[in-house]
Structures are given as C-alpha cells and as structure tokens.
Design a protein around this ligand. Structure first.
Ligand code: ATR
Length: 278
C-alpha cells in the first residue's frame, strides 16, 4: 500500500486518519494513513518529513504549527499555497515535493455544497487577519464573491492584508478595517469567523447590522459546540450557523483527490463525525 500521514504537534487528537481511512475504504484505494508528531524541537518537522520520504511516503497533510515550514521545504507550490503563505498538503514524487493548500477550497466547498450557499455575487465578511483568513481569500474570490471585507481587532493588520492580497484576487473588491468599522460597512451574506477567539471562549464584536437577512454565520473552529460567535450571530437574528467540521472534511477530500486522482464522497464521513451544535 502507498503511505500517507498527517504531521503536526500535537497530533494525538487529529481526526484526519479516521477521515482518510473512510475515504480509502469508500474509493477502494490501497493506502495507509498515519499520524506523525513533528515534536517541538527545532528541525524536528524537517527530520520527520525526511524520514517519512525515505521510507517511501507519498504524501502528507500538514497541520499546526508546521504549515509555513511545509511550504518552505517544497520545490513547487500551488497559487493557493503561495498566497496563503502556508501549505497543508505535500505530494512527493521521487526527489520532488509539491505543496498545496486545500483549506480555502475546503471552506468554499462546505459553504457551497454542504450548506447550499453559492458564493457567486455574495458579500463576504472575514473576521480576523491571521493565517486562517489569508488561507481562504483566493478561493473565496475565485468562487465569485461580489465583495470581501476583512475586519480585525487590530485594524492595521486587516488593512495590510487587504492591500497585499487585493492585486491577486482577479478584481474582486477587497477592503479591510477594524471591527469598529463594521457599524458602517453594511450587511454581509456570509460571515466567517477566522479568528482564534473561539478557542479562548471569546468572540469578535460584530454588530447585528453586519448580518444580512438570511445570512450564514460560519465559525472555522469545530468541536466547540455553539461558539460565542455563533451564539452572538443567532442573537442578532441569524438563523443559519455552522462550525468548521465540514471544512475539515472537505479539505481532506481535496487533499485525497490530489494524491489519488479520485474525489471521495464526503457526505457519509460528515454524517459519522457530525455533532449537533446545541
Ligand atoms: P491564525 O493563523 O489562526 O489566523 P493568528 O495569525 O494568531 O492565527 O491570528 C489570530 C487572529 O484572531 C487575529 O486576527 C487576532 O486578532 P489581532 O490581530 O487583533 O490579534 C484574532 N483574535 C484572537 N483572539 C481574538 C479575540 N478575543 N477577539 C477578536 N479577535 C481575536
């Protein structure tokens, strides 16, 4: 069988082996998928990747905190990975390593296919200006969003990210500002929390006026139940809320398709993992 793995630190609770094992069964692929702890020591990630390749490994998923290092060690990178400044997928062909980033397309697929919200012509609000936002901007623009606004607690970071990436989004209107600018920024059809606030039980302050009638509120984290952001969205009258579990499964399916040339059906896997938000 061909060998694949996910590498991160920590990695024990990763759902990726479970997801990819189900994909492999469903598509009849002869492969194994394991979890590798890259450790905290400097150079540990690179050594672990080298050992995996030496043992015949064909591809890796890469998770925190190694996504930047993964891009750096590749010989070639997709546009999504380059603009994200990070890679979550590596493909090894002999001595050649290719980097991809399937996080953004995973988010887009979840929003469009699983949640029934085509992004073409939609106004999208991204909360946060860190790696999570950077990683999804190009795929959201490619999906045809009418307008993207990045709102961040630290306004300067949102301005800088918008300025840097605007020229690469094929003419999609991109602007950035502080959370306080949201009061005058109009309404959005899709509001994505790409901050790490949920992990500390907090939420970025979003005024109710930011949610258009029928808007979708999406939190990229998963396994946290109804996060403070999603609860606030509901309180603001937003009936459609989702967490990032679907994004996790869809980014996995995109990686699987890059490696194996076959895209697994994600519905059965999502059904196995889904937990009601409340
Ligand atoms: P990641 O790579 O996950 O995006 P990051 O680069 O550390 O992580 O960025 C975290 C993002 O979450 C930032 O946009 C951060 O806002 P600041 O730039 O102002 O620090 C945002 N964030 C974290 N905790 C937050 C909170 N409690 N409220 C609002 N925004 C928060």
């Amino acid at each position: 069988p061909d060998r694949y793995a996910v590498i991160g630190h920590p990695i024990a609770h990763s759902k990726s082996p479970f997801i990819h094992d189900l994909f492999a069964q469903a598509t009849g692929q002869d492969m194994t998928y394991e979890a590798i702890d890259g450790g905290a020591a400097p150079g540990g990630f690179e050594r672990a990747v080298q050992a995996f390749r030496a043992a015949g490994g064909r591809g890796l998923n890469v998770t925190l905190p190694f996504k930047l290092a993964a891009l750096q060690l590749a010989d070639e990178a997709s546009a999504d990975a380059r603009l994200a400044g990070a890679a979550n997928t590596l493909i090894f062909e002999g001595a050649h390593a290719r980097a991809h980033n399937t996080d953004g397309i995973g988010l887009v697929r979840d929003i469009e296919h699983n949640l029934g919200t085509p992004l073409a012509g939609r106004r999208v609000l991204l909360l946060g200006a860190g790696g999570a936002t950077r990683g999804v901007l190009l795929p959201i623009a490619r999906a045809g969003a009418a307008r993207i606004f990045i709102a961040n607690r630290t306004a300067d970071k949102a301005h800088a990210l918008a300025r840097e990436l605007a020229p690469h989004l094929g003419g999609v209107a991109l602007a950035g500002g502080g959370l306080d600018a949201l009061a005058g920024a109009g309404a959005f059809d899709v509001v994505v929390n790409a901050t790490s606030a949920s992990l500390s039980g907090q939420a970025p302050a979003v005024p109710p006026s930011a949610f258009a009638p029928g808007a979708l509120a999406y939190d990229m984290v998963y396994g946290q139940g109804l996060t403070p952001f999603l609860a606030a969205a509901r309180a603001a009258g937003c009936a459609r809320v989702a967490d990032g579990l679907g994004m996790l499964v869809e980014q996995a399916a995109e990686s699987f398709a890059l490696w194996r040339g076959v895209r697994p059906d994600t519905r059965a896997v999502l059904a196995r993992l889904a937990v009601p938000l409340d």
